[in-house]
Design a protein around this ligand. Structure first.
Ligand code: HEM
Length: 852
């Protein structure tokens, strides 16, 4: 045997495997880039030094075939697979090595040969739950489109439900807890927690992955959380195992009652395994091994299929045509048969294969040599000679990188082309395409995964005509986690805990929607004692343990100290203003992101302004007076309607922009006034939250835009011919008495020139207008009238002259009231959770420097 030195990749670009693991969103791509850039695209096997050891990386199918199949006796999976996963799933077919693995495989494999495993009735029931979850959380608009949503988290729930039912007979029903029926009781054991099993599996896997990546240094990691997840996952499986052991052959009886009508004997993995072994630990571990191998992988595959279909409408249409030609349009019950699904939609297999090539769900695999051995290629001057491999050598098999070799796949290797798999001349499977592994440890669930994926895809294509990619930019690079899932969608809120502290709580449907959208997010609510506006000191109403792990808080003004909520990252306020919190330590002494409810007031305040303005023009207050006296008298035909009038909006924020939309619809022109000039399209944009389809997000509605901080600037705006002047600016030192006698004079002068007076509405704060000057202006007819929702002083005391000033409409600071208020704040929260999960900047963020 000759010892051949391999090409060494020592660039700072790639410092080894641990680094791949930490480049979580592009690890698999990184392997390709690092080899291509550093060594050349014709080098397929190299050695990478990593701290105190060396790793061989090979994307050569001949070497892969040797390790997995022809020389499999010399190789096994690395010790660290078992070491990192064992605490969570125990010893089983996926985690074990050597003799223990051979025993496990012999035990489990026969179960996968059975046809019943492809149980389409079972899959269909959970697909129906998927559709219900979509309909519930993302109802269609009048045009027939659902709102934008991320399908991937829903698919993870669906496969959890399918796989738990297939393995234990009882589904976790994570898609719809209402489907859960009562479980039989087992003496001494609590019921399994079907609500949290998904979270514990995800949490445990995340820790196990980090442990695997850090391998030798895994002892540095804290263990408390990991242990909690492991214990919860074990407890879940143990319950079913105990039930099976206690009930023996009648295990299935109870299960049939849970799933409803089941016409033929059900296949359940646990039940089958228990016919071979009665060891409770073995049954727990083997079933958990299959649960983890089968759940996320299949969900990730279906998610990738839709990721690619959304970006390739031609493929979508072609596949849909074939599905409809064979099975017809969507109907319930489903008419899809297993044999037809397998044999009569050839394009389905092509799409699945090509998806697995472009996005191999498990993009990296590994092996370790059990003795001194060889790899057939990679040595010598041109890399074609065998390579000596000493015992204990770790080898990385980058499945993803093999599927990126132009010399194997052709120039279009980076394109998604299902046609390459079609027909007799299409590609055949070899060791360059090993999404399900190969050789002795080849995936046992391949057939099941393909059937499940094909069935779900066919049902979705039957039900939906079209799919739209809404990712921005539309051709954003793929985000590929180093183990399985697509990271391009909504992202995750794993590790986050949301606490909603209000006097009214949040609607159950809303909470369910959040859970569907962000399955990893832990959600808690605390209802305060009945009043809408609670005081900050009422923080003590919330038990201290509730604050401990909170990372996201929704509140009006009940806020913890930084010590009470040390993990807090984002606070969503129910108010648009922040004056009530800016002196609290949680605001001053931390970097927590505070977001306001800016944008929730626009619709109702606009309605108030338009209502009072039109009521005044149409003499409604006078007619209401007359009605009280039962008097039929036409006060005047002198009604000026709104068409071609001009509204001046002092402060063009979210309220002003909605007002602009509505008054434009009435036929009015809009003049906007802002402190800072808005000359470019970017500066005109409103970046704060706006209810969908409302407001003027692009700032396109004003026909004229005025700005500046001086009196001259303001007067120029006031002299621009305003029929209605709306005060919508915050109260600051600079805006106190902004509208006083000189401003009324400007308006009056304009009125003389135009022959038309101005009507004023104030929905901002009373002190922005000088009240005495306003009374004079009204009494002297300098303006037509005023609608005031805010006054100075406020509340307006009995006997104050403003009450009886002519042409004034006064309401007690109520224009912001709306039954939709809370729903809008919760919509902001949902929007921001989406942004947070993707690492994007939150909207309505309080500017700490400016204090608003
Ligand atoms: C798209 C879906 C799936 C993919 C891409 C996939 C991929 C893989 C791969 C690459 C391996 C080999 C690991 C290695 O070489 O060390 C494997 C093993 C395995 N898979 Fe899958 N799998 C999928 C679905 C499933 C399903 C649905 C099940 C069962 C319900 C399953 C059960 C297993 C088991 C038990 C093993 C361990 C085999 C052994 O080590 O002997 N897989 N899978």
């Amino acid at each position: 045997m000759r010892k051949v030195v391999l090409c060494r990749l020592e660039s700072g670009l790639w410092n080894g495997y641990a680094l791949i693991a930490t480049k979580a969103n592009r690890g698999p791509q990184y392997v390709v880039q690092a080899i291509d850039r550093e060594m050349g695209s014709n080098v397929h096997t190299c050695i990478v030094p990593i701290s105190d050891y060396e790793l061989i990386v090979t994307r050569d199918p001949a070497n892969v075939q040797a390790m997995l199949a022809t020389q499999a006796a010399d190789w096994d999976v690395g010790e660290h697979r078992n070491a990192s996963w064992r605490p969570l799933f125990g010893d089983g077919v996926f985690t074990c090595r050597g003799e223990a693995w051979r025993h496990s495989r012999a035990l489990v494999r026969p179960q996968f040969g059975k046809d019943q495993i492809n149980d389409l009735d079972l899959i269909e029931r959970h697909v129906q739950q998927l559709f219900s979850a979509i309909d519930r959380s993302f109802p269609k608009s009048e045009k027939g489109w659902t709102p934008n949503f991320d399908l991937q988290p829903l698919l993870y729930r669906m496969t959890l439900d399918i796989t738990t039912e297939l393995i234990y007979g009882y589904s976790a029903h994570s898609q719809n807890p209402a489907e859960r029926s009562a479980l039989p009781s087992i003496h001494g054991l609590d019921e399994p927690d079907r609500e949290t099993i998904g979270t514990h599996m995800d949490g445990g896997k995340a820790w196990a992955e980090i442990r695997g990546a850090l391998w030798k240094y895994r002892w540095l990691l804290p263990t408390r959380k990991f242990k909690e997840h492991c214990a919860a996952v074990h407890k879940y499986a143990e319950w079913f195992v105990q039930l099976r052991l206690q009930r023996g052959d009648s295990y299935l009886d109870g299960i049939q009652s849970e799933t409803g009508a089941v016409s033929r004997p059900r296949y359940i993995l646990l039940d089958e395994l228990a016919k071979v072994t009665q060891d409770p630990v073995e049954l727990r571990s083997q079933t958990l091994n299959v649960l983890t191998a089968g759940r996320d992988t299949t969900a990730a595959l279906v998610a990738w299929i839709f990721y690619l279909l959304a970006r390739h409408p031609g493929v979508f249409s072609k596949l849909r045509e074939q599905v409809l030609a064979v099975f017809g349009p969507y109907r319930v019950p489903s008419n899809i048969e297993y044999k037809e699904l397998r044999d009569e939609i050839p394009y389905m297999s092509s799409v699945i294969n090509e998806t697995l090539r472009v996005a191999p769900v498990i993009p990296l695999n590994e092996r370790v040599s059990l003795r001194d051995t060889t790899l057939p290629r990679g040595g010598g001057v041109d890399g074609t000679e065998p390579v000596f491999v000493p015992k204990g050598q770790q080898v990385l098999i980058p499945t993803y990188a093999m599927a990126r070799r132009k010399d194997i796949w052709g120039e279009d290797v980076y394109r998604f082309v299902p046609e390459r798999w079609e027909g007799k001349g299409g590609r055949k499977f070899g060791f360059e395409f090993i999404p399900f592994g190969g050789g002795v440890r080849q995936c046992l669930g391949q057939q099941l995964a393909r059937t499940e994926a094909a069935y779900v895809v066919a049902r979705i294509l039957q039900r939906y005509d079209k799919l739209e990619n809404v990712e921005t930019p539309p051709h954003a690079p793929m985000q590929f986690h180093h183990t399985i899932e697509n990271r391009s969608g909504t992202g995750t809120l794993k590790g986050h805990k949301l606490l909603i502290v209000t006097a009214v709580g949040a609607p159950a449907a809303y909470l369910q929607k959040l859970k569907t959208e962000f399955p990893d997010l832990e959600i808690d609510t605390h209802i305060l004692n009945g009043r809408f506006l609670n005081k900050p000191q009422e923080v003590d109403q919330v038990p201290p343990e509730k604050w401990k792990d909170v990372t996201i808080l929704v509140t009006f003004n009940v806020l913890p100290t930084p010590e009470q909520a040390p993990k807090l990252e984002y606070v969503q306020l129910f108010s648009a203003g922040v004056n009530h919190i800016i002196k609290l330590p949680i605001f001053t002494d931390t970097e927590i992101s505070f977001c306001t409810a800016n944008g929730v007031h626009g619709p109702q305040i606009t309605e108030w302004i338009v209502t009072t303005y039109l009521a005044f023009e149409h003499h409604i207050p006078d007619y209401l007076e007359q009605q009280k006296q039962q008097k039929w008298h036409r006060i005047s035909y002198d009604v000026e309607d709104a068409v071609a009038k001009t509204v001046g909006i002092l402060g063009y924020g979210s309220i002003g922009r909605q007002l602009a939309r509505v008054t434009t619809a009435l036929g009015m022109k809009v003049h906007a006034y802002t402190l800072h000039p808005r000359k470019t399209p970017e500066s005109k944009r409103d970046l704060s939250w706006t209810p969908e389809g409302l407001g003027d997000p692009e700032g396109k509605l004003p026909s004229k835009w005025y700005s500046g901080g001086s009196k001259e600037d303001l007067h120029q705006f006031l002299a621009s011919g305003l029929d209605l002047l709306v005060i919508a600016t915050p109260l600051t030192d600079n805006t106190q008495h902004l509208i006083s006698a000189p401003e009324f004079q400007v308006l009056a002068k304009q009125a003389e020139e135009r022959g038309k007076k101005t009507y004023i509405a104030n929905i901002a704060r009373g002190p922005v207008i000088n009240t005495d000057d306003l009374i004079d202006a009204l009494n002297q007819d300098l303006i037509r009238g005023a609608a005031l929702d805010v006054t100075d002083p406020e509340p307006l005391p009995d006997g104050h002259p403003l009450w009886s000033t002519k042409n004034a409409i006064i309401t007690p600071h109520v224009s912001g009231a709306s039954t939709a208020y809370n729903d809008r704040v919760l919509a902001i929260l949902e929007y921001n959770l989406g942004r947070l999960s993707k690492g994007k900047k939150l909207t309505n963020l309080v500017n700490r420097k400016e204090g608003y």
